[in-house]
Design a protein around this ligand. Structure first.
Ligand code: SF4
Length: 330
């Protein structure tokens, strides 16, 4: 019988799922991903986590509850750094312990440390330590990883190509009749587990689309651009999430390739309290792109979000039709 590996559909799942799923499948395991976030998952997350945790971490606990009785292993790596000289939020390195102390009767947890702060030289060692839970064959594990990595690269390319050729499009269109009639393009910024978890963000992406606007997310911008633009920032950036979002903001300011920016943040996120504020200041001081910050918590109401999205997109349309210089502050 196949070994069952459970992967919680939360946090960095949204960045790396093609890599992780394909790696364990190539090793011969059956991969079970938790259901999409729903009321029960959120509730289980809330009651099984300490109150001070941010909502995405609470939701992660709910996904573990959803999986724990149906798998042999749970994949919860201890992630410290995914890029050289950058760390990610400390919650990720404490996640395996947090889960083990909060939730009883867990299956075995694959909690291998992922830390590429100093170099990626030990990548093979990290891969081997994860793969060893399923197989002892070094060559087999490495070949499974190579195939999974190809799959991941293809997935990234597909996301980027979906929107890649948009640079300067709006700049060229300018204030013309064609511009007035066209679909508005909204960048939805934030951590991928906030932008892509439609239960957490109350279907925000669909709401924007149903208001006849199209969506961009930071993942749709080629990474080399966000990396290069982040280097223009006047200050040191130590967090991967911050680098990505600041790089995205500077890229948008320079290319003027969106009509508006919505930043999704979640209650209790220490990083967003700094980075969200920084991004907002960068956008408001250096561009006229309308900006809106939406902070979600477990009690966020749908009606309030609907009204804000409609008002934001209407404001962008009026702005183009009626005035040249309406303030980006709304
Ligand atoms: S970055 Fe913010 S939302 Fe994400 S895990 Fe850390 S505290 Fe939570």
């Amino acid at each position: 019988m196949d070994i069952k590996v459970g992967i919680p559909r939360a946090l960095l799942y949204y960045e790396y799922y093609p890599l992780w799923i394909s790696f364990f499948k190539e090793l011969g395991a059956e991969v079970i991903v938790s259901q999409k976030t729903n009321k029960e998952i959120l509730y289980n997350g809330i009651i099984n986590t300490v109150d001070e945790a941010c909502i995405p971490v609470k939701i992660f606990h709910g996904h573990v509850m959803d999986l724990k009785d149906r798998v042999d292993y749970l994949f919860i790596p201890r992630i410290k750094s995914v890029f050289m000289n950058e760390y990610i939020c400390p919650k990720f390195s404490g996640l395996p312990e947090m889960i083990k102390y909060s939730i009883k009767n867990l299956p075995r947890v694959i909690d291998t440390e992922i830390n590429f702060f100093e170099s990626k030289e030990h990548l093979n060692d990290t891969i081997y330590r994860i793969g060893k839970y399923i197989s002892n064959d070094y060559g087999f594990i490495m070949s499974a990883y190579d195939k999974a990595h190809l799959e991941y690269k293809l997935h990234r390319k597909n996301i980027e190509q979906e929107k890649a050729p948009f640079v300067n499009e709006i700049k060229i269109l300018g204030k013309t009749k064609a511009n007035i009639g066209r679909k508005r393009r909204i960048m939805v910024m934030g951590h991928s587990y906030n932008t892509y978890d439609s239960y957490l963000n109350i279907n925000l992406l669909d709401k924007i689309k149903s208001n006849k606007a199209e969506i961009l997310t930071p993942e749709m911008i080629e990474e080399r651009y966000t990396i290069d633009y982040a280097k223009k920032f006047d200050g040191d950036i130590y967090w991967t999430f911050a680098r990505k979002l600041i790089g995205t903001a500077l890229y948008l300011i320079d290319t003027r390739s969106v009509d508006g920016i919505i930043y999704i943040s979640t209650f209790g996120c220490g990083i967003d309290s700094v980075v969200g504020d920084l991004v907002e200041k960068l956008i408001r001081r250096n561009s006229s792109i309308p900006f809106s910050l939406i902070t979600l918590d477990e009690h966020s109401g749908e009606a309030g979000i609907n009204t804000r999205i409609e008002a934001f997109i209407d404001m962008i349309r009026w702005r183009d039709v009626l005035e040249d210089n309406i303030s980006a502050h709304g």
